[in-house]
Design a protein around this ligand. Structure first.
Ligand code: C5P
Length: 399
């Protein structure tokens, strides 16, 4: 996958640096050549000796190393690579990058490079959420820097939240996506995913059990084929994939607005489990328990059908609109009718009866319904369904 590709890997100073040694192995297994650069702080966590042993390359640490300058100057070093990867990218490194500082080898390389830069942030959750860090992240994203992670979970410092560096294989996938001139290069695809939360009052909401697994897998697969993906997601269980533009929303109405704002797009795939109804007049104050014991009555209003709205757009409709149909009986008949009623090009139909184990599971058993008829796909992992569907989307947009 990465044969002949040259990665300049900048290892910053964070506890996650130990994972970067495994990252070197994983990249090399796939045929990449990896040149490590370790910052001064990084050397407190991993040694140049381990990095050079694993990469089978010289490791660079100092800006003013005359031998290195004689062999390969920092400008050349930054440009010989196909991609610059920063893992772990500490708050300090992100700050330097956003501010344009160049006072050591790593930051100088990052300023001098003419290649794409992929960063895998790793830091304490408070540092990640700090407005200064988030400002830097926004600046870097505007500059075209690619991000993978951070993931959410327990941290070495004992706290919990976003800030953990992505796992080596997730970073590898992001590297592959960044380097790939896939069939979807230059195409913009909008993917919706996850459940929506419909507020009852400021603290309560109505939701559903969608995990977001299929939509996330799809976004990752489309991005791996080179697509520029906008991932509009409700509050899902699985974290969004790296290398895509994530727009986090809560309600169906927010999702529709976010989808429209993301257009124009070449294709749109609606994998979200959108709530059909919202509470008609959600209270802006917490509804109190009535002392006399009378119960609140919720009135519902219909939510916009995002798939149908987009499918029936008169102007600016994506060339390909794909919906999902999760059914428990007469799957094909219901899904075929749904395709016509909503006006989308394809429907991916599946049987979500409890005995299939599909809802919340890792596998899916789908039928693709197009204007050419129905196609039964064998039962396979949700990732494989995603890859096949992404390949079919690439084929359709090419034609
Ligand atoms: O009508 P139903 O909910 O079964 O349709 C499922 C398809 O429509 C999915 O692709 C889902 O993402 C999309 N949908 C939507 N907006 C809604 C309801 C469903 O985009 N309000």
């Amino acid at each position: 996958m990465l044969a002949g590709k040259h990665i300049l890997l900048i290892i910053g100073g964070g506890i996650a640096a130990f994972k970067s040694l495994d990252l070197i192995r994983r990249l090399r297994e796939r045929g990449a050549e990896v040149t490590p650069v370790i910052t001064k702080a990084g050397q407190e966590f991993v040694t140049p000796l381990s990095a050079s042993g694993l990469s089978a390359q010289k490791v660079y640490t100092e800006l003013f190393d005359l031998t290195d300058e004689a062999e390969m100057g920092h400008i050349e070093l930054s440009r010989a690579a196909d991609l610059v990867v920063v893992a772990p990218a500490t708050a300090d490194l992100l700050g330097k990058m956003a501010g344009g500082l160049a006072n050591d080898l790593a930051s100088t390389l990052l300023m001098a490079t003419d290649k794409r830069v992929l960063v895998a942030p790793a830091m304490n959750v408070r540092m990640w959420e700090h407005p200064a860090c988030q400002r830097n992240v926004a600046t870097l994203k505007d500059d075209g820097v690619l991000f993978v992670g951070p993931n959410e979970g327990p941290m070495a410092c004992g706290e919990y939240g976003p800030g953990r560096m992505s796992e080596p294989l997730e970073i590898v996938a992001a590297v592959e996506a960044a380097l790939m001139d896939g069939p979807l290069k230059g195409k913009h695809v909008v993917v919706t995913s996850g459940p929506t939360h419909e507020p009852i009052d400021p603290v309560r909401y109505i939701a559903n059990r969608s995990s977001g697994a299929q939509g996330t897998a799809l976004a990752r697969a489309l991005s791996a084929l080179g697509a520029d993906v906008t991932f509009v997601t409700g509050p899902a269980d699985v974290p969004p994939p790296g290398g895509v533009k994530v727009v986090a929303i809560q309600s169906a109405q927010d999702m529709l607005e976010a989808v429209k704002a993301a257009f124009p797009a070449d294709a749109a795939v609606f994998a979200a489990a959108v709530a059909d109804w919202r509470v008609a007049s959600a209270s802006d104050k917490k509804i109190k328990k009535d002392k006399k014991g009378s119960l609140p009555v919720l009135e519902f209003a219909e939510n916009p059908d995002i798939l149908a709205t987009v499918s029936q757009m008169k102007k600016g409709r994506p060339e390909l609109v794909v919906g999902f149909a999760a059914e428990t009986n007469d799957v094909i008949a219901h899904a075929t009718a749904k395709r016509e009623r909503k006006g989308c090009d394809w429907i991916v139909a599946n049987d979500v009866s409890p005995e299939t184990g599909i809802m919340g599971g890792t596998e899916n058993d789908v039928t693709l319904i197009t204007d050419q008829g129905t196609e039964d796909w064998p039962r396979m992992g949700k990732d494989d369904v995603a890859r096949q569907l992404a390949a079919r989307i690439a084929e359709a947009l090419d034609g």
